[in-house]
Design a protein around this ligand. Structure first.
Ligand SMILES: O=C(O)c1ccccc1N[C@@H]1O[C@H](COP(=O)(O)O)[C@@H](O)[C@H]1O
Length: 218
């Protein structure tokens, strides 16, 4: 079975939804590879441009700064790119492969595309982006009634991707916790993982001990 993003070391971690300098510090100290900044006003993890810039400027070398955007127009994209030093864009809306290519060209950055999975029918979406996006973020579909496309703390049936042969790099997310991470990795073969909700004391407020526990579990 071919698994492309298996560099041979440990599993790389993304901690998403950072909102304070203490979060950046905890994420760096725990050994995460990526930190995510959420630019989605309906999210409890939303950061405005000034805070995002402050947090990104505080990231040490080796901690990649990822901007999470949902169906951004060019004006929004340019504003974020002009103000915040970034290493990657995460598109978490209903962007098409064509829009992804535009965002990559406009930003000059690698683009990770989130795909929501609930049933086997959703795997067609993965086929659309696997090997096309610089990374695919394999997330759970939001539950009915949610006002955001991710960050809901829900998972999906990992057996749906257990035997998949990947064309490009990918990352697993959706309801991952320090407690279920080992099983998620064993079942899917993921070499990169992303979490947000389970690492909070209340929505939008990260906990350094939980961040450390998640990275240790990875
Ligand atoms: O975190 C959010 O609020 C958010 C808002 C809009 C789109 C995506 C969001 N978060 C991403 O969702 C996944 C799963 O998060 P969780 O661990 O289940 O809470 C994660 O990749 C976040 O980057």
């Amino acid at each position: 079975m071919l698994r492309v993003n298996r560099p041979g070391g440990g599993v790389r971690v993304k901690i998403c939804g950072l909102r304070t300098l203490a979060d950046v510090d905890a994420t760096a100290k725990a050994g995460a590879a990526y930190m995510g900044l959420v630019f989605f006003p309906k999210s409890p993890r939303h950061v405005d441009i000034d805070l995002a810039r402050t947090l990104a400027m505080a990231a040490p070398v080796g901690l990649a700064k990822v901007a999470l955007l949902v169906n951004p127009d060019d004006e929004t994209l340019d504003h974020v790119l002009d103000q915040v030093p970034l290493d990657m864009i995460q598109l978490h809306g209903s962007e098409t492969p064509e829009r992804l290519a535009e965002v990559r060209a406009r930003s000059g950055l690698p683009v990770m595309k989130a795909v929501g999975i609930r049933t086997a029918e959703d795997l067609a979406q993965l086929d659309q982006f696997d090997g096309v996006a610089d990374q695919v973020l394999v997330d759970a579909k939001p539950p009915a009634g949610s006002d955001r496309p991710g960050g809901n703390g829900v998972g999906f049936d990992w057996t749906l991707i257990a035997d998949r042969e990947w064309k490009g790099p990918w990352m697993l997310s959706g309801g991952l916790t320090p407690e279920n991470l080992a099983q998620a990795i064993a079942q899917t073969g993921a070499r990169q993982v992303d979490a947000s909700s389970s690492l909070e004391v209340v929505k939008g407020v990260k906990d350094a001990a939980k961040i450390a526990a998640f990275c240790a579990a990875a």
